[in-house]
Write a protein that binds this ligand. Structure first.
Ligand SMILES: Nc1ncnc2c1ncn2[C@@H]1O[C@H](COP(=O)(O)OP(=O)(O)OP(=O)(O)O)[C@@H](O)[C@H]1O
Ligand SMILES: [Mg+2]
Length: 275
C-alpha cells in the first residue's frame, strides 16, 4: 500500500459524522459489509478463544454482541483492531483493507475506533481539551498540537459535546466528571476522529441507571451515521438498543437475529441468559 496521504484537517472536519470527503483510503463498502470476519481462529496455548468465527456488519448497522464470560467477545475486538493476529481466517474492513495485514495504528487511522471498558481520559485537562487532544492526535492528520483550531474543528467539537451530553461542561476538568460522564467523554474522543466503525466494550459497566439510559439514547443517535458494535452484559440496556444481536459462545456464533428470537433460543438460555 502507498504511504498514507496527509489530509487537510480543516477539510476533514467540515464533514458530518460518517461522511468524510472523498479519500483514497476511505473504506469501500459499495459491494458488501463494512466488517467481514470469516472462519477466524485465535489460539492461546492451544485454547481456542475464537473458533471459526464468522460475522459480518453492514454499514450503518448497530450490532449487539452478547455471550458468557470468556466467549471471545473482547478477543474479537482485538482481532478487528489489529491487537491480536488470528491463526486462521479472513478479516476485512470494507472490500479492500485486510485487517490481518495492517498495523493497529493504520487500522485506527482508516476509521475503526475502539473504546475499552475503563475510561482513559486526561483527568488534569478540561473536557474541551480532551476532545481537542483526541482530534489532534488523529492518525489521519499532521500532528499540529500547537496550531489553533479551525472553525470546522470547533464546530465538530461543539456538535460532539452535544452528542455526548457534555455541552455546558466543556470547561470542567475531566477528573471531576462522574464515571458515566467520563465514559461519554471517551466516546466523544472517538467521535472527533470521525470513525466509520465504532467498537464499544461494555460501555455501561459501572454506570447508574440514569447514565445507562442516556448512553442507550446516545448510541441510538449514532447508529446509521456510524457502524457500531456493542458488547454488553447488561440485558436491560441491550434490550433498549438491540436490532440484530449476535450471541458468542466458546469462540463461535451460537445464535444471531432479533433480540426476541435470540432470547427465546434454547441454547442461548442454557449457556447464557438462563444463568
Ligand atoms: N492474551 C491471552 N492469553 C491467554 N488467554 C487469553 C488471552 N486473552 C484472552 N484469553 C482467553 O480467551 C478467552 C476469551 O476471552 P475474552 O476476553 O475474549 O472473553 P469475553 O467474551 O470478552 O469475556 P468477558 O465477558 O468476561 O469480558 C478467555 O478464556 C480468556 O481467558
Ligand atoms: Mg470481554
Amino acid at each position: 500500500m502507498d504511504a498514507p496521504a496527509i489530509h487537510d484537517i480543516s477539510a476533514s472536519a467540515t464533514a458530518t459524522y460518517g461522511h468524510r470527503p472523498v479519500d483514497p483510503d476511505k473504506v469501500d463498502t459499495s459491494h458488501g459489509p463494512i466488517l467481514y470476519l470469516d472462519d477466524i481462529t485465535v489460539s492461546f496455548d492451544g485454547f481456542k478463544a475464537l473458533n471459526k468465527l464468522t460475522l459480518t456488519i453492514d454499514r450503518g448497522e448497530l450490532r449487539c454482541i452478547i455471550g458468557p464470560n470468556g466467549a471471545g467477545k473482547t478477543t474479537m475486538m482485538d482481532v478487528i483492531t489489529g491487537k491480536t493476529r488470528p491463526d486462521a481466517g479472513t478479516a476485512f474492513f470494507g472490500q479492500t483493507f485486510d485487517l490481518r495485514r495492517l498495523p493497529d495504528t493504520e487500522i485506527a487511522r482508516l476509521g475503526i475506533g475502539r473504546k475499552f471498558q475503563k475510561p482513559t481520559v486526561f483527568e488534569q485537562h478540561t473536557v474541551f481539551e480532551n476532545l481537542e487532544l483526541a482530534m489532534k492526535t488523529d492518525k489521519r492528520v499532521r500532528p499540529t498540537l500547537l496550531a489553533r483550531l479551525s472553525a470546522a474543528q470547533r464546530d465538530l467539537i461543539a456538535r460532539t459535546l452535544k452528542t455526548i451530553r457534555l455541552d455546558g461542561s466543556e470547561s470542567r476538568l475531566a477528573g471531576a466528571l462522574s464515571h458515566g460522564q467520563k465514559q461519554w467523554l471517551e466516546i466523544g474522543m472517538l467521535l472527533v476522529q470521525e470513525p466509520e466503525l465504532i467498537l464499544l466494550d461494555e460501555p455501561v459497566a459501572g454506570m447508574t441507571d440514569a447514565e445507562t439510559e442516556r448512553t442507550a439514547e446516545l448510541i441510538l443517535e449514532l447508529a446509521g451515521s456510524h457502524s457500531i458494535m456493542v458488547v454488553e452484559h447488561d440485558m436491560d440496556f441491550v434490550n433498549k438498543i438491540a436490532r440484530k444481536v449476535t450471541v458468542l459462545h466458546e469462540g463461535s456464533v451460537l445464535a444471531e437475529g432479533p433480540m426476541n428470537v435470540v432470547q427465546n433460543n434454547e441454547r442461548v438460555i442454557e449457556v447464557y441468559l438462563g444463568r
